[in-house]
Design a protein around this ligand. Structure first.
Ligand SMILES: Nc1ncnc2c1ncn2[C@@H]1O[C@H](COP(=O)(O)OP(=O)(O)OP(=O)(O)O)[C@@H](O)[C@H]1O
Ligand SMILES: [Mg+2]
Length: 319
């Protein structure tokens, strides 16, 4: 990955009446990376995607995508970006193949290349068998796959995907994940991915940003964010059933132990400080616990997300 910024925003803002949907957003997205854009419902993700593609004009600040101003150079820019919107509009009366062909024409894909490109995409998205049926007959997931195929027709350099796997079954979800990874790593495309799926973000994204009420609250690799925001540890402690109850109670009583969840054989223990680990093991053993295994687990993006959310809720409580 190079470090050329492909998307640059500076204090980008957008209001709708009294609502500040995007509030002073300053960020850079680099060439070839998969950039995850996370945030609660209404955080401003879709509005940002619209601003970056010149569908909306900003109320303040600036944006550059591929060096172009989305407002002034909108049409030129949109020829080089692919956008999968939240609710893609397809022509339901036309077939899947026709939908793709019309869009190819609209986006100036050379006429001699269209049939092959359409076939390839129908193949990739598993739609060959249904390609000549009206899209009105498609299931939601099939429509989503067709919309994603459409966003790729003109081989865009930057892809904006607004919740691309919403409504997809697990097999289709995995296929889309593989495709996104392939587009990015082998196709050298930059991907801007809005998602609520934290596992998806963790697996796919080189870096993620977390947006809250239109403001950026964190940006970095999933691992960096985890290190920065989650200083604690999560341990799995495997215990023999006999003595387990007393051992769990003993661990709960240790200072620095935030939480102990217990199921039949394993206690999941969250500690705020690594120094609590030897103490809690000793206490569990002293209470009669028989420990087979203690495994530290890496913090996930989910831990980070909830830690961030906890921070901002705590701040709101103080206001
Ligand atoms: N056209 C519009 N007119 C008025 N308000 C709008 C408009 N578009 C978005 N908003 C408001 O801007 C805020 C941000 O909305 P946005 O759709 O960008 O959020 P989001 O992060 O994409 O949320 P979700 O996860 O639900 O898709 C919300 O308060 C929303 O109601
Ligand atoms: Mg949205």
């Amino acid at each position: 990955m190079t470090t050329d910024p492909i998307i640059v925003t500076d204090s980008l803002s957008r209001r709708f009446g009294d609502t500040v949907a995007v509030d002073g957003l300053t960020l850079e997205v680099y060439a070839g990376e998969i950039f995850g854009f996370l945030g609660h419902n209404g955080a401003g993700k879709t509005t940002t995607v619209r601003l970056l593609n010149g569908i909306l004009t900003p109320s303040g600040g600036t944006a550059r995508v591929l060096g172009l101003d989305p407002v002034r150079d909108g049409p030129a820019l949109r020829r080089r970006t692919g956008v999968l919107t939240e609710t893609p509009s397809l022509d339901e009366r036309l077939t899947g193949r026709e939908n793709l062909a019309i869009y190819a024409d609209l986006y100036d894909v050379p006429v001699d290349k269209v049939p092959r490109r359409v076939e390839e995409l129908l193949e990739t998205f598993g739609l060959v068998d249904r390609a000549d049926e009206p899209v009105g007959n498609y299931s939601r997931g099939m429509k989503q796959r067709l919309a994603l195929a459409r966003a790729l027709l003109h081989e865009p350099e930057v892809l904006f995907l607004d919740e691309p796997t919403a409504g997809l079954d697990p097999v289709a979800t995995r296929r889309v994940h593989q495709l996104i990874a392939h587009l990015s790593h082998e196709g050298r495309r930059t991907v801007f991915l809005c998602t609520h799926n934290l596992t998806e973000a963790q697996e796919l994204c080189d870096r993620v940003a977390v947006l809250e009420h239109g403001q950026l609250v964190a940006v970095g690799t999933p691992a960096e964010l985890a290190r920065r925001l989650w200083r604690g540890l999560r341990l799995e402690v495997e215990l023999a059933p006999e003595g387990a109850h007393a051992a769990v109670e003993a661990m709960r009583a240790i200072s620095g132990v935030d939480e102990v969840e217990w199921d039949a054989s394993t206690a999941v223990v969250r500690v705020s400080d690594r120094e609590a680990v030897p103490t809690l093991v000793a206490a569990a053993v002293a209470a009669g616990g028989r420990i087979y295994r203690v495994v530290p687990r890496e913090p996930t993006l989910e831990d980070v997300y909830f830690a961030l959310h906890g921070e901002s809720t705590a701040k709101e409580g103080l206001r």
